[in-house]
Design a protein around this ligand. Sequence first.
Ligand code: NAD
Length: 417
Amino acid sequence: MTETNASVFDMAMEQFEAAADLLQLDDDVRNKIKYPERCLIVSVPVRLDDGRIQRFEGYRVQHSTARGPAKGGLRYHPRVNLDEVKALATWMTWKSAIVGIPFGGGKGGVCCNPKSMSSGELERLTRRFTTEILPFIGPEKDIPAPDAYTNPQVMAWIMDTYSMNKGYCVPGVVTGKPLELGGSMGRIEATGRGVFFTIGCAAEHLKLKLDSLQVCVQGFGNAGSVVARLLDEAGAKVIAVSDSQGCVYNGNGLPPGKLIDYKNRTGSVSGFPESEPMPAEDLLHCPCDVLIPAALEDAITEDNAAGIRARIVAEAANGPTTPAADRILQAKEVFLIPDVLCNAGGVTVSYLEWVQSIQQLFWEEADVFKRLQNIMRQSFKTVLDISVDRKVPMRTAAGMVGIERVARATRLRGLYP
Ligand code: NAD
């Protein structure tokens, strides 16, 4: 398969094989942990505001429960399909293992255009989707969370639908809930903050000062806007940001706080007064120290990787770099922080939220961030050490850490029956 028609799941499998070969993983374990355990496709009929009924297709994939319940976000997007959800679930398995939390990997999605739907339509879509996957989820089985175009409100609807069916309140069925329903302090910004911590570790390793960095962010959403704000607060200069509707540039630095307010008001970064417009594809090639792809898959490909001029690529998004682009970046000696490590702050604080939900005992924000920082720094060090010792790219090293841990759990559990 050429890169242009390779699927995202093929890409996840190619990354798996590279790490599994270096681990000399035997075929029995390799084949057991490579493929998703369960893939569920559901029909989601929804009554629209105009009275018509529209059918949507939804997916929930549990890639692995070897180390604990399946865990992973839920995405609403017109491009969602089973192949993508399988890949995202696979990455969740290695990610949970890399940060050492007792979860497996899962992911869900509904193929829809949330931007064209009303709040009532989104609520009915969410509740019907939850009902369709209800037998497969639960605090001990599979725990959804927000991903692209889903948010705490969507999690609240899932939690309510699940609880109504059970007959009692089950806050632990989702993470990323609103605080009022047992969400964790710090969860909303956990992914971006985790990305920030890993960039700090990478800068330390490369002997770069955070306050001298110039940064470009593709995808100014939850993950992208938070990391932009934290880098700005640390003295770095955010010079370009984009979203699905536009891209803005200011060589003297954009103010992320004001940009967030502006985007909340207008729906896009496009037209931000203290900036000049830039073609979206130029952002990737902007001279800078740190490039943060924080939108969707396939952002950095063999067609555009050669033009990247950043010293560090920090993958806030899942799967933004194709394998062919990976090889180009390696040849250019770009330091890449792979998605399964870089954006693991989200699942880490999801784990902290799940623990709090189960105990009904809640921690201060500073506690949550301290735990997050410790886990991210430790995980970065573990991956970097392997990358340096074995002379392998950071992505392969991260895969080796995650896959090895899942393989060990799988061997210990043995084969049922
Ligand atoms: P989000 O919906 O809040 O933001 C996504 C942003 O990307 C939006 O601003 C959108 O306009 C922009 N975008 C979409 N297509 C684009 C394009 N072609 N060019 C530029 N911008 C584009 O989503 P999010 O939660 O921030 O997720 C973003 C990425 O981070 C996804 O890959 C997701 O899987 C990953 N991620 C999110 C979390 C989390 O906790 N939210 C955790 C781990 C990983």
